[in-house]
Design a binder for this molecule. Structure first.
Ligand SMILES: Nc1ncnc2c1ncn2[C@@H]1O[C@H](COP(=O)(O)OP(=O)(O)OP(=O)(O)O)[C@@H](O)[C@H]1O
Length: 270
């Protein structure tokens, strides 16, 4: 992520080839089938939404993508590599970052320190050098802090950089969580209900930041969101889940007119 220099695609966003391909994914918890034979793909630089009623399997799908859950069946192809499942650490190391439905920040730590935790996997120097804050460790920490300050500028949260996160209103905490994910310079950003619980103004701000991240840095975004207006406005393609099954997949216009999707949202029994 080049915060100060123009990115290679900043002049215009181009959706690329498939970067992530999920094939026939099934996941159960005991007798509960969370996902049944789900297939869909994600193209580089696109904004891909996952929608569906409560309990449809959306969060489970994100957890499969970043290796928190291991599906019993199916295959995941990430950047051309075939896997039965992802591994959490490897996923993070290979450029998949995420935010959570319920904010997962260190409430007593400042905004800057929370965002710094997003750079942990990029730190090279060993524990002893870091503890002594000496030589390469010192130079490294300065470089990481600089990157975090760039994220802070980008998200327009300079005024709260030294504030403990627990003292911030909810909408700003969500923005800090986005900042921590951005600090990892992800290729794919997984956002689990980034606008949940926000007022209209906070939602507009968050929408703008998501679009800016996508446009300026070319970050591929997979997001779960309940606000249909937002989803239809900002997504390139939408996959729709219901009771763990895929019932729709296409552009916002295609999904909007899909009868199965309309029925699922209106609660029509088949
Ligand atoms: N760790 C788990 N253990 C047991 N069951 C689980 C677990 N995680 C998810 N489930 C079940 O899997 C199903 C899908 O849940 P999931 O949270 O993925 O749905 P969702 O679409 O994200 O719902 P929501 O919109 O309410 O967040 C639900 O029946 C849920 O109870």
């Amino acid at each position: 992520m080049q915060m100060n220099e123009p990115s290679a695609i900043s002049a215009g966003r181009k959706v690329g080839d498939v970067i992530l391909d999920l094939r026939n994914i099934s996941l159960s918890f005991g007798g509960v089938k969370a996902l049944t034979n789900i297939s869909f793909d994600v193209r580089e630089h696109e904004i891909r939404a996952i929608i569906g009623p409560n309990g449809a399997g959306k969060s489970s799908m994100l957890n499969v993508i970043n290796g928190v859950y291991r599906p019993q069946q199916g295959e995941i192809i990430y950047r051309g590599q075939h896997r039965k499942n992802m591994d959490c650490y490897a996923a993070a190391k290979s450029g998949i970052a995420r935010t959570f439905q319920n904010i997962a920040l260190f409430k007593g730590m400042t905004v800057l320190d929370n965002i710094m935790t997003g750079r942990n996997l990029k730190m090279q120097s060993n524990f002893l050098l870091q503890a002594l804050y000496w030589g390469p460790a010192r130079r490294e920490e300065i470089a990481h802090r600089r990157k975090c300050e760039e994220v802070i500028d980008f998200l327009e949260i300079q005024h709260i950089r030294k504030t403990p996160v627990g003292r911030l209103p909810y909408g700003l905490q969500k923005r800090v969580e986005l900042g921590r994910a951005l600090a990892a310079e992800p290729q794919i950003l997984l956002l689990d209900e980034p606008m949940a619980g926000m007022n209209v103004e906070e939602k507009q701000d968050m929408c703008r930041f998501i679009l800016d991240v996508n446009e300026q840095f070319g970050t591929t975004i997979v997001l779960i969101e309940h606000d249909m207006g937002v989803v239809m406005d900002i997504s390139d393609r939408v996959v729709v889940l219901d009771y763990g099954k895929k019932i729709g997949d296409g552009t916002p216009d295609e999904v909007r007119t899909n009868q199965d999707v309309i029925d699922a949202y209106l609660g029509v029994a088949h």
